[in-house]
Design a protein. Structure first.
Length: 488
């Protein structure tokens, strides 16, 4: 029997423990080095496109960041070298040798050796050669690399990096990542169509609804620590807004003066003086009103974010390794009594394990958590998306390929799974697209259809209608296409 996957909180980047032997495991080749202007990439495996994409991403990150800082002519003393590892056992061995396994402990695929100017990076979660050539290096890998590179650049080419406010440190970091990935067509043009950036807009909208957004002058000064995990989203969304219109010139002038401040106790005092001079009380009040007005109509498309889902041109590629029990994205759904969810799914062959895609439908009964674990809303609001544990009330419909090809349907409520349907379905194959359709019919009847054939129909205790999710089971890579909600 195929077991359902539990759902982890958003933003989880787990510690991974893959098997040592994976399909496509090739003997190590002689190490090759690709050289750019600011980075070198060393790898001993094919396809070469992996190293090329890593190098191009690193160089593009440098270019975008120094331009945002207003220092396009900046240089550093020597290039950084990025060593790549194709398989988790190789990365873990190097992590243990040089880093006391701290990366594994933190659930990361990256660590640095600063004295040697070296970044060690696992090209993970694992994707088979044909998949990685077609869809590119996993976004989780690229984001982890870019996050590290932006920090290295900031500490090397700016003064007082430890004293800089969050909008400069975190805001630019996320803007650089967004710009580079969009230019490479790895994320949608509209950030609200991407689950990563939707998460940050949700964070900030939650602050607005709770009336806890700091005033502009406090954001500029970095007085946002009381927001804890929500400050990252605020710093990104606020900076993005400030640079998109008439407020840009004033902020960039302050930024230029800030970067000239001394890296000592005078930095905070100097920034406060610059802020008071540039942002008089009347200007601050207007900016506060305008920012909240900007946020009010924003409605994100995907509301529950995880580390690895790639959205582009109506396609969603989800990668779930052995250590991550779920890769889920939830989409808001207005309450309707009758509707359908339809699309295509393809289970991809990437390593020996479970090949299962799950469609999740349901509603949560509890309150949402804040910060990284979920979307921020008013404390009194009821959950609109399924959440982990006792608050969950959802149906999980798993489509599985392999020896036990079929459909497995469970009801999760009160933290426990209850089997509802287990049906063998011949013809579900790895790499073969499947048309699927979930229908919520009249009188609480639920039906699931594959390739035009009704697999089951059953009556539910109540309509499960407020949201839906897409999930790759552990060890699975799933391509979802043309997924849509249909009013009947």
């Amino acid at each position: 029997m195929n077991s359902p996957a539990m759902i982890l909180p958003a933003m989880t980047v787990p510690s991974i423990a893959l098997a040592l032997f994976l399909p496509g495991l090739a003997l190590a080749q002689e190490a090759q080095t690709l050289e750019g202007k600011h980075f070198k990439v060393v790898s001993d495996f094919e396809p070469k496109s992996i190293a090329e994409e890593i190098l191009a991403t690193a160089e593009a990150t440098w270019d975008a960041q120094v331009n945002y800082y207003g220092t396009p002519g900046a240089e550093w003393k020597a290039p950084w070298t990025i060593h790549l590892y194709r398989f988790v056992n190789q990365f873990d061995a190097k992590d243990e040798e040089l880093n006391e396994a701290n990366a594994k402990e933190a659930g990361k695929y990256l660590f640095t050796v600063d004295d040697e100017r070296v970044i060690h990076l696992g090209v993970l979660p694992y994707l088979a050669d044909e998949t990685i050539v077609k869809y590119g290096v996993p976004l989780q890998c690229l984001r982890e690399l870019m996050s590290e590179i932006t920090e290295i650049i900031r500490f090397e080419i700016t003064t007082a990096p430890e004293m800089q406010p969050g909008w400069f440190a975190e805001g630019y970091q996320l803007m650089v990542m967004e710009d580079v990935l969009r230019a490479k067509k790895r994320i949608p043009d509209d950030p609200l169509g991407d689950p990563v950036y939707s998460f940050y807009f949700d964070q900030t909208n939650g602050l607005a609804r709770r009336l806890t957004i700091p005033e502009t002058s406090n954001i500029i000064l970095g007085n946002t620590l009381e927001l804890e995990n929500s400050q990252q989203g605020l710093n990104f969304v606020w900076l993005r807004w400030m640079l998109s219109g008439k407020n840009k010139k004033r902020l960039l002038a302050l930024q230029e003066d800030m970067l000239a401040l001394p890296a000592d106790d005078g930095f905070a005092t100097g920034l406060e003086k610059l802020t008071r001079k540039a942002y008089k009380p009347g200007v601050v009040k207007k900016l506060d009103r305008d920012f909240k007005k900007y946020l009010r109509p924003i409605e994100t498309e995907w509301t529950f974010r995880v580390s690895e889902s790639q959205f582009r041109d109506g396609k969603i590629l989800q990668i779930s390794d052995e250590g991550n029990m779920a890769q889920v994205n939830y989409k808001r759904r207005p309450v309707k009594a009758v509707y359908a969810i339809a699309g295509k799914l393809t289970l991809l062959q990437d390593w020996e394990g479970q090949h299962q895609a799950n469609l999740l439908v349901g509603q949560g009964r509890g309150r949402r958590g804040g910060g990284r674990g979920g979307n921020n809303t008013d404390e009194e609001e009821e959950d609109e998306e399924p959440r982990q544990g006792a608050n969950l009330d959802l149906i999980s419909i798993g489509v599985t390929a392999g020896e036990k090809a079929g459909v497995y349907c469970y009801h999760l409520t009160g933290g426990e799974y209850k089997p509802l349907q287990e049906i063998e379905v011949p013809g579900i194959e790895i790499g073969k697209p499947i048309d699927f359709r979930f229908e919520m019919r009249k009188q609480r009847m639920m039906a699931f259809i594959l390739n035009g054939n009704e697999i089951f129909e059953m009556k539910m205790e109540r309509n499960m209608i407020t949201s839906f999710g897409l999930q790759a089971n552990p060890g699975s890579t799933v391509l979802w296409e043309e997924v849509q909600l249909i009013d009947k």
